[in-house]
Ligand binder design. Structure first.
Ligand SMILES: Nc1nc2c(ncn2[C@@H]2O[C@H](COP(=O)(O)OP(=O)(O)OP(=O)(O)O)[C@@H](O)[C@H]2O)c(=O)[nH]1
Ligand SMILES: [Mg+2]
Ligand SMILES: [Zn+2]
Length: 246
């Protein structure tokens, strides 16, 4: 629901301690399902050797992620100009990611002053949940950016369609299953399981699919309550956009 009424969700991971491909895939599923475009930022590029960054990028691409990925450092300014160019007037950009990855620091640089509070992370890179509420900021160029508190855990909401995008290979085999409502968890004539057993589909990818789908079903339960809160925030974004147009 974070993605509702937002054009682009900027998924922020720090390449220093925070990088996690599985988590990134979850965010991507959630963002697409919310109807927004994802953009990935790997922050704190100054804290790792170039080969570490290169291997993280390679891992992302090897997983089939084709969305834009920018590497950023607010210390060396690497990638900042590229990000600024990507932020278009009257479009809405929502920054999400773990606590301490540098979301607020980055937005402060984009607005050119220390409007948002930031705080140093622990030795292991763990954030302190410095940002405690969402904040919408209009940049000089006219883009709207939303800073979010870092998330402790991330459930997938209504991920049916979003899962389809990250697991198109599985969905492809599923059309061959004997039963139309096959859950691919052990039914006879399941083409997905056959593909896994035949080595045509990675078992790890399949396990991840089952896991994500399980979480998705679980998180659907509190969807209604979350929805109301996010609808209110959606109205707020809309009115802010209107003000900009006038
Ligand atoms: N070395 C380095 N440190 C950075 C960079 N960007 C941010 N930091 C530091 O990371 C720490 C956390 O940054 P914040 O901007 O507060 O992180 P956040 O993502 O907003 O965290 P929450 O508000 O808790 O979600 C601060 O000490 C920043 O100075 C960077 O590019 N390089
Ligand atoms: Mg913050
Ligand atoms: Zn099946």
């Amino acid at each position: 629901m974070i993605a509702a009424n937002v054009d682009t969700v900027i998924i922020v991971q720090s390449c220093h301690y925070d990088f996690n491909l599985k988590r990134l895939e979850r965010y991507l599923v959630m963002v697409r399902d919310g109807g927004a475009d994802p953009c990935v930022l790997l922050t704190k590029a100054d804290l790792v050797e170039p080969y570490v960054l290169a291997s993280q990028l390679a891992e992302i691409r090897a997983a089939g992620v084709t969305d834009p990925v920018l590497t950023i450092s607010t210390v060396t300014q690497e990638g900042i100009a590229d990000l600024e160019r990507a932020l278009l007037p009257s479009k809405t950009y929502c920054f999400v990611g773990s606590s301490g990855v540098g979301k607020s620091t980055l937005i402060n640089q984009l607005i050119g002053r220390d409007r948002l509070q930031t705080k140093a992370v622990s030795g292991t890179g763990e954030g302190r949940h410095t940002t405690v509420r969402r904040e919408l900021i209009v940049l000089e160029g006219g883009a709207l950016v939303i800073d979010n508190p870092g998330m402790r855990e991330f459930g997938i909401l209504g991920a049916e369609s979003g899962i389809g995008d990250s697991f198109s290979d599985i969905i492809g085999f599923a059309t061959e299953c004997r039963y139309r409502n096959c859950s691919h968890a052990g039914e006879p004539g399941c083409a997905v399981l056959e593909a896994v057993n035949a080595g045509a589909l990675s078992r790890e990818h399949y396990d991840n699919y089952l896991k994500l789908r399980g979480e998705s079903e679980f998180h659907e339960m509190s969807y209604a309550e979350k929805r109301k809160r996010d609808r209110d925030f959606g109205k707020y974004i809309k009115s802010a956009k209107k003000d900009l147009d006038h």
